[in-house]
Design a protein around this ligand. Structure first.
Ligand SMILES: *Cc1c(COP(=O)(O)O)cnc(C)c1O
Length: 395
């Protein structure tokens, strides 16, 4: 049995996206900037895709910039909003402690360049409080960036309310919606979003393709210098095959979203119920306000890495912390942000399920995790100390 339960890291491309991609590579190889028909046909396809993507999030085509993915979109949005702020003498930025590193590392860089950064807490449930956000907004705040859904614990943030507060105070609001686009309903107008980042490979599209939504009237500067593609906001010959495949993948994801969410939610809750039976374990993040595909647990007395290796032997691909931090000894900044202590945060497991998962597969996961946790605790010195009372249980 092979169960892929790491869809938050990346998803498998859909057959249709692969079909569209190869078809484009064969038939629309022209450069969209060229004047002859082969180039212009590619340009038409590009603009059709832009229109389609815009419709899917209730934006206008000119508000969509194609990029190489979530990280690039995040970098461009933040650096751009920060530069626009500075022009008005505003250099304060608000974000949260559990953003993706594409946000946190960009904020670090801005901080080194004289910006002041406020990182809001996300509390035990992994959700930002709007009253705390409101209190943090100052006259010199130029940007608020809060992710729509967290990539590790799946918690969903009150984006519409945050956007509303920002709108009232004249502050630009960006959201890293990489985990949400294709999985949750997004309506940039209704949700008061000024800038939004998305990535194709998180919704069955290809890697290395994404987009940035930037509301008309919100200043956008380019990250990559060069040609005049994307209205001068993102130089470089367009990755048309990737863009068309992303568009097909997003169209399908949005069309099937409700059905998939209902199925995944049922399986998610079955996994949560089953894994909660493991003694000294705890679910990370709010049980309800979370992505339908996300299950994240801490198990006391074990190492997440060992758990993953043994689960892989049982045919289960899962994750512990984020892919970027695994391999390092630092525990996940997300789990620390929700108040898990280092030792407990080390024993974490993230299962991010796809819509094709079956009930039998969920039962296999539960059985395997139970076996592996018990096995690892069997020779864990930490567990022995906990059992003999030398150390106190936290969970
Ligand atoms: C995956 C991810 C990113 C990075 O997207 P890439 O397309 O891989 O660069 C950014 N933010 C979040 C929340 C993600 O899950």
């Amino acid at each position: 049995m092979n169960i892929y339960a790491d869809n938050a890291a990346t998803t498998k491309m859909s057959d249709r996206a692969i079909q569209v991609m190869t078809d484009c590579m064969r038939n629309y190889y022209g450069n969209p900037s060229s004047l002859y028909r082969i180039g212009q046909r590619a340009k038409e396809k590009l603009e059709e895709a832009r229109l389609e993507i815009a419709k899917l999030i209730n934006a206008e085509p000119r508000e969509i910039i194609f990029t190489s993915g979530g990280s690039e979109s995040d970098n461009q949005a933040l650096l751009s909003a920060a530069a626009a702020g500075k022009r008005k003498g505003k250099t304060h930025i608000i974000s949260t402690a559990f953003e993706h590193h594409a946000i946190l590392h960009t904020l670090k860089k801005l901080e080194q360049n004289g910006y002041e950064i406020t990182l809001l807490p996300v509390h035990e449930n992994g959700i930002v409080r709007t009253d705390e956000l409101e209190a943090a907004i100052r006259d010199d705040t130029c940007l608020v960036t809060v992710m729509t859904a967290n990539n590790e614990i799946g918690t969903i943030q009150p984006i519409k309310e945050i956007g509303g507060l920002c709108r009232q105070r004249g502050v630009t609001f960006h959201t890293d919606a990489v985990q949400a686009v294709g999985h949750l309903h997004i309506d940039v107008k209704e949700q008061n979003i000024d800038m939004l980042s998305a990535s194709a490979h998180k919704f069955h599209g290809p890697k290395g393709t994404g987009f940035l939504y930037c509301r008309r009237g919100v200043a956008l500067s380019n990250l990559i210098e060069g040609g005049a593609q994307e209205r001068g906001k993102r130089a470089g010959t367009e990755n048309l095959a990737g863009i068309l495949a992303m568009t097909a993948a997003l169209k399908d994801s949005v069309a099937e979203m409700d059905m998939h969410n209902e199925h995944k939610r049922a399986i998610r809750d079955r996994l949560i119920k089953g894994l909660s039976e493991i003694p000294h374990s705890a679910l990370n993040g709010d049980a309800e306000k979370r992505l339908s595909g996300n299950v994240n647990f801490c198990f006391e007395g074990i190492e997440g890495e060992s758990l993953l290796i043994l689960l892989d032997r049982k045919g289960i691909s899962a994750s512990s912390g984020s892919a970027c931090t695994s391999g390092s000894l630092d525990p996940s900044h997300v789990l620390l942000a929700i108040g898990r202590v280092h030792d407990v945060a080390h024993g974490s497991l993230r299962l991010s399920i796809g819509e094709d998962i079956t009930g039998d597969e969920a039962d296999h996961i539960i059985k395997s995790v139970k076996e592996v946790v018990e096995y690892l605790r069997g020779f864990s010195p930490v567990w022995r100390d906990l059992m003999t009372g030398k150390r106190e249980f936290i969970l």
